[in-house]
Design a protein around this ligand. Structure first.
Ligand SMILES: *[C@@H]1O[C@H](CO)[C@@H](O)[C@H](O)[C@H]1NC(C)=O
Ligand SMILES: *[C@@H]1O[C@H](CO)[C@@H](O)[C@H](O)[C@H]1NC(C)=O
Ligand SMILES: *[C@@H]1O[C@H](CO)[C@@H](O)[C@H](O)[C@H]1NC(C)=O
Ligand SMILES: *[C@@H]1O[C@H](CO)[C@@H](O)[C@H](O)[C@H]1NC(C)=O
Ligand SMILES: *[C@@H]1O[C@H](CO)[C@@H](O)[C@H](O)[C@H]1NC(C)=O
Ligand SMILES: *[C@@H]1O[C@H](CO)[C@@H](O)[C@H](O)[C@H]1NC(C)=O
Ligand SMILES: *[C@@H]1O[C@H](CO)[C@@H](O)[C@H](O)[C@H]1NC(C)=O
Ligand SMILES: *[C@@H]1O[C@H](CO)[C@@H](O)[C@H](O)[C@H]1NC(C)=O
Length: 807
């Protein structure tokens, strides 16, 4: 249904003729109604006839939108529309809207199904008024307002309208598609007015790409109270102390002679427009002001993929972003350039190897184009030729950017692509010569596979290309999904392979894993949840994996195991270790992870030679982002419960990757009363485990705080061998040092860290916030990430045990 509506909403035409309006006082009586019909849909008009409320035809497809629009101008501009759960309440022909005493406006389909209604909490409606300001108001007998469109804005503000704290505007999907789009303007609780992209279909907002910074800051009372668009046409954030932060400057056009509106456009630009009321000829809306100036440059890694989506290039044109694909790529959705691009070919190490020739790619050169957040390697000093060559030879590399003797190699998908004439850069893009893509062998019939399995246990070694290919494809699918470019694989390849959860995990037999690990001989490590072995899955030249044999498996088995796996399998983030498959055969439960070459954070940190400060900082950022993702951004919230350096792995580029995600829940450890049910590791577990308090994401924040201190200090949280008694417990010692202003000692007078005092101090303060014993005082991971990255200020942390007595 939603899908059809979306299709129909696309590219609809605006066919409504300028309505001939009758004299009216704008008042609508209870019992009045409107019907959505193309012919005689005369709307409810305001007294001046400037605004109309009614059914707006969406093209000629028989669909209507209950909305308010400017009635006197041919440029049909909708300023408000009914939306239900943030989806436009699209009404088919014959729908009615009635003004009722108890529910106010009620929109029903011709079949009588309720499509939308105004939410009135108290009171009885006496009448409605289509006001000359563009506000549709429901009033009671005493003309008290019960509900107004001004208090339920969609994407547009009109003079006289306000947004209070936690109020939002939400963009459409495109100029003519009124479904909820990707951009949101929000007056935050702290008074800051921000615009960000949101992660549809969730509500999670990325870091803002525009903000007024109207928080309390250093001056009390300077935080924003409301966003005001006053009747004279001024747009400003009114501060708590009465001060104003002007968004659109001091000059305004006359609100008497012009229609003025402020709209959060579908492409993320918040803009003010005007249109003369008295006009002749072909006049349209004029842009008066817009923010941000250059949205193409505004998006950073933490503010989403950018306005144009993955793999595309954003160019500014008349202050609005336009999106295009590089050569060799095409639009994901040909009707919507803002949804990103997909490569016309498959690129990857295994694919390159399979095709057996070295001359697969051409190199396209683009100047002044960059995808600033997709790099995995930076080389300096370098030459342009070597940069090109190095990417050309590297099967992971999709694009290399060369600028100022520096070469950045980037992999797919590319994000935040943009043109910036000041860059002076060259982009070398690898484009496959033959884009007929790789031809996979035909997929096996699932029944064939079953019979083969029965007749031979050595499934993975069967000399059948077909079977190997099926494993290869499904395995590659999940591996690719982890790297974020799963869209290059056709779904149909995977559907026909049996035993795959909808999260694209591969199901291995025990026998397969026994062979892959050479009989579980090479042990990589031992953790709370089981022993990990190194293995090789025989596809192509062999792919290295880490196989974890789970112990303490839950009793009531199958269903819960699969449910949890499904949750884990859906987590895809560059700071989480990727689960590629599992084995669930009787008492054998194993998980198959990608293999990470550089071992654990513990072995990296706790050695004689201190790793570099820069590397440690990056690792801390990585861990915080991975945790934030699992807490807020991956569909099902996952509390890790056992964050510690042994559970954080490092990949080839020393990117931190959190492992053992979701295992705490998966494996209810069979513990007796004496051990209580603490799932975690001594030295890292939050106090609430011992206090019979609810376990929330804040337990991970606590453990993160401890790990952060370990990263800063390069020592373990508890060091019983330390000669100096006050240094044994890291958290206590660091807090003492912090109080005494002796952070130099914390990093053991490390030169690099002392040269970066601001970061050092910030990190220590954030860590102290995280290890607060009272969970409610600890920030959430989002705040932690914001503080670490300097987006929000870090306030002076209280003593970690200050609140304990109250608990
Ligand atoms: C508006 O006009 C209607 C009749 O058209 C009348 O019943 C109503 O009382 C008027 N309302 C006001 C506020 O004048
Ligand atoms: C809404 O109005 C239409 C037309 O006047 C009427 O047929 C219908 O019964 C009304 N519905 C309700 C729920 O009042
Ligand atoms: C209705 O419009 C008038 C001016 O036309 C304005 O003074 C009044 O405040 C408006 N009422 C509401 C509830 O918007
Ligand atoms: C609107 O705001 C401007 C700028 O703050 C102010 O000068 C003007 O008086 C305000 N207009 C009204 C009607 O309040
Ligand atoms: C509209 O503009 C025309 C000429 O541009 C002028 O003659 C007319 O008086 C104006 N009407 C109003 C209501 O201002
Ligand atoms: C009105 O002006 C716009 C751009 O200024 C143009 O695209 C359009 O064709 C014009 N329409 C008419 C009917 O002249
Ligand atoms: C980049 O390298 C490839 C492979 O060596 C070569 O074919 C191509 O001409 C190079 N392009 C530029 C602009 O150097
Ligand atoms: C590659 O694909 C694009 C788009 O699908 C097509 O226009 C182009 O002709 C193809 N090139 C080759 C060499 O097949």
């Amino acid at each position: 249904m939603a899908f059809t509506v979306r299709l129909l909403l696309f590219s609809c035409l605006f066919l409504l003729p300028v309505s001939v309006f009758a004299q009216t006082n704008g008042s609508i009586a209870v019992g009045d109604s409107l019907t959505a019909t193309a012919a005689n849909s005369s709307p409810w008009l305001s007294p001046s006839g400037d605004f109309a409320f009614g059914f707006f035809p969406l093209g000629s497809n028989g669909l209507f939108l209950l909305s308010i629009w400017y009635a006197k101008i041919p440029d049909r501009t909708i300023v408000w529309y009914a939306d239900r759960d943030n989806e436009a309440a699209v009404a088919p022909k014959g729908s009615t809207v009635n003004l009722t005493a108890n529910s106010g406006l009620v929109l029903k389909s011709p079949q009588g199904e309720e499509l939308w209604k105004s939410e009135i909490s108290v009171g009885v409606v006496a009448n409605g008024v289509m006001n000359d300001t563009g506000n549709f108001v429901l009033q009671d007998r005493n003309s008290e307002s019960l509900w107004e469109t001004f208090n339920n804005p969609t994407d547009t503000l009109l003079p006289g309208q306000k947004i209070e704290r936690s109020g939002t505007l939400s963009s459409r999907q495109s100029e003519t598609n009124y479904l909820k789009g990707r951009f949101q303007l929000l007056l935050q609780g702290d008074g800051n007015l921000v615009i960000s992209t949101i992660n549809l279909p969730t509500e999670f907002a990325n870091e803002p790409y525009y903000s007024t910074d109207t928080t309390s800051g250093t001056v009390a009372g300077s935080e924003g109270k409301e966003l005001v668009f006053n009747v004279s046409g001024y747009l400003y954030v009114l501060r708590e102390n009465g001060g104003k932060y002007n968004l659109a400057g001091e000059e305004v056009v006359s609100a008497r002679d012009n229609y003025i509106r402020a709209t959060l456009n579908f492409d993320g630009i918040f803009a003010q427009y005007y249109h003369p009321k008295n006009f002749t000829g072909n006049v349209s809306w004029t842009l008066r002001w817009s923010e941000p100036d250059d949205i193409c440059q505004r998006n950073r890694e933490d503010s989403g993929v950018g306005v144009c989506g993955y793999n595309s290039i954003c160019t500014l044109k008349d202050k609005r972003p336009t999106c295009g694909c590089p050569k060799g790529f095409s639009l994901l959705d040909p009707n919507d350039p803002y949804r990103g691009c997909k490569p016309d070919f498959i690129q990857g190490c295994e694919e390159d190897e399979l095709s057996g020739t070295k001359y697969l790619y051409d190199v396209e050169v683009l100047t002044n184009t960059d995808w600033p957040t997709s790099d995995y390697v930076k080389v300096y000093p370098f030459t342009a030729e070597r940069c090109n060559e190095s990417c050309f030879q590297d099967c992971l590399c999709a694009v290399a950017i060369f600028r100022s003797e520096t070469c950045w190699k980037k992999k797919l998908p590319l994000s935040n692509g943009r043109v910036d004439v000041n860059l002076n850069s060259q982009a070398f893009i690898k484009v496959r010569k033959d884009n007929s893509t790789l031809q996979f062998p035909p997929m096996p019939n699932p029944d064939d596979k079953k019979t083969k399995k029965k007749s031979s246990n050595t499934v993975i070694c069967v000399e059948s290309i077909i079977l190997a290919a099926s494993i290869f494809v499904s395995f590659m699918f999940s591996a690719a999904a982890c790297r974020g470019f799963f869209f290059v694989f056709r779904k149909k390849h995977v559907r026909s392979v049996e035993n795959i959860l909808d999260s694209n995990l591969h199901s291995f037999s025990y026998q397969e894993l026994q062979e892959a690990t050479n009989g579980f001989t090479e042990e990589l490590g031992r953790g709370t949840f089981g022993v990990v072995y190194k293995g090789t899955i025989q596809i192509g030249s062999g792919v290295q994996v880490a196989v974890k044999k789970l112990n303490g498996v839950i009793q009531d088995g199958e269903k819960e195991f699969k449910t949890e796996l499904r949750v884990i399998g859906k987590t895809h983030h560059k700071n989480l270790v990727c689960l590629v498959g599992y084995c669930d055969e009787g008492q054998h439960r194993l998980l198959v992870y990608e293999f990470l070459s550089k071992g654990t954070l513990a072995s990296f940190l706790f050695t004689d030679i201190k790793p570099s400060w820069r590397q440690r900082i990056e690792i801390a950022y990585g861990v915080s982002r991975g945790l934030l993702y699992s807490h807020e951004d991956c569909g099902t919230q996952i509390i890790h419960c056992d964050i510690k350096p042994q559970n954080i792995l490092l990949d080839d580029y020393y990117t931190a990757r959190i492992s053992d995600f979701g295992l705490a829940k998966l494996l209810m450890m069979n513990q007796s009363k004496t051990h209580t049910a603490i799932r975690g590791t001594k030295g890292y577990v939050a106090p609430e485990w011992f206090r019979n308090m609810p376990i929330t994401t804040k337990v991970d924040v606590y453990s993160f705080g401890v790990v952060l201190l370990e990263i800063i200090c390069c020592r373990r949280s508890v060091d019983v061998e330390n000669n100096c008694e006050e240094k044994v417990i890291l958290t206590d010692w660091v807090y003492d040092c912090y109080l005494e202003g002796e952070l130099d000692a914390v990093v053991d007078y490390e030169v690099q860290a002392l040269g970066d005092k601001t970061t050092l101090e910030k990190f220590v303060m954030v860590a102290i916030w995280c290890i607060q014993e009272d969970p409610s005082v600890r920030p959430n991971m989002k705040k932690v990430v914001q503080m670490l990255e300097g987006v929000v200020e870090v306030k002076v942390p209280p003593c970690p045990s200050a609140f304990v007595s109250q608990v």
